[in-house]
Design a protein around this ligand. Structure first.
Ligand code: DX5
Ligand code: ZN
Length: 216
């Protein structure tokens, strides 16, 4: 199966989001990856609901919203209202992860859990069947354009074994430093979805770059 490709809008031209949306709509990208940062959970602030709502007007593909915020459970309904289709919270930011996943599903969204590079996939043993998507961070969250952490492959392999053993349909997504140099290896290790920011938006031909990732 071809990988799911989710270009990260964090690397897009914010002064012309309509143009960027047209490009993504036209490309073989599957989802829009949307990074929300609060300056507390991560050292950076990105954008919030008004920007997502405006982008949604021009987008024809699902919104994969990655919350890098503390107490993400406070904003579930708000992100649904502005167009989130998949809502991912960080394991490290969730005291009551099981309840939060349920609350996301109650709003008719897919529920995702993101893991920082230092967080073991073993910690998902008791919730795996309730998770639609696990986002394995392959950089420390907060910024685009960082270098891929090699230890990611081992985490993907381990998580894929856990998913297969449990017989569930959880998707594995990789986020951070993805390029055509590591895409194939990530899919072979068991990943289903690849997020790519700088590699897509800093390239000369983003549409072609997205196809390259899709056909890695
Ligand atoms: C990092 C974000 C990523 C980021 C990826 O905190 O979660 O989604 O946009 O950007 P690249 O692909 O440039 O590493
Ligand atoms: Zn992200």
């Amino acid at each position: 199966m071809d990988p799911i490709i989710a270009p990260s809008v964090l690397a897009a031209d914010f002064s012309n989001l309509e143009k960027e949306a047209k490009m993504l709509n036209q490309s073989v990208a599957d989802w829009y990856h949307i990074d929300v940062m609060d300056g507390v959970f991560v050292p950076n602030i990105s954008f919030g609901m008004p920007v997502i709502k405006s982008l949604k007007k021009h987008a024809t593909k699902p919104f994969d919203v990655h919350l890098m915020i503390v107490q993400p459970e406070r904003y579930i309904k708000d992100f649904k209202a502005v167009g989130a289709d998949i809502l991912t919270v960080h394991y490290e930011a969730s005291n009551h992860l099981h309840r939060t996943l349920q609350a996301i599903k109650d709003e008719d969204m897919k529920a995702g859990v993101a893991l920082n590079p230092h967080t073991s996939v073993d910690l998902l043993e008791n919730t795996l069947e309730d998770i639609d998507l696990v986002c394995i961070m392959s950089v420390n969250p907060g910024f685009g354009g960082q270098t891929f952490i090699d230890g990611t492959y081992r985490k993907v392999e381990k998580l894929r074994k856990m998913i297969d053993a449990a017989g569930c349909n959880t998707l594995i997504e990789i986020d951070g430093g993805v390029t055509s140099a590591n895409a194939r290896k990530l899919i072979d290790a068991g990943a289903h979805a690849l997020v790519a920011g700088s590699f897509v938006f800093r390239s000369d031909n983003p549409i072609e770059t997205i196809s390259k990732l899709k056909n890695c």
